[in-house]
Design a protein around this ligand. Structure first.
Ligand SMILES: [Zn+2]
Length: 84
């Protein structure tokens, strides 16, 4: 393996230990809950879920679990959040 690639791999390992370098802008996941699988997404600074509880309350165990999973990484702020 050439030295250029070796240095990139070393840098990648260091980056992977510094998750605060990453700011998530948007993502979509399939979340296997206990009763069903739901599509959970993050976009424009807000989590969304397809489950019934989220539709009523605006958050749910799936969105809260994703927040905990991704806590080491920054989630992009809502675009209008800078005004408030
Ligand atoms: Zn949900």
């Amino acid at each position: 393996m050439d030295s250029g690639m070796i240095s990139k791999i070393q840098k990648a390992k260091r980056y992977a230990e510094e998750p605060d370098r990453v700011e998530i802008q948007q993502m979509v996941v399939h979340f296997r809950g206990e009763h069903d699988t739901y599509e959970v997404s993050f976009r424009e600074g807000t989590w969304h879920c397809q489950c019934a509880f989220y539709q009523q309350r605006g958050l749910c165990s799936h969105t809260m679990a994703m927040e905990r999973l991704l806590a080491p990484m920054a989630l992009a702020a809502r675009p209008d959040a800078a005004d408030s």
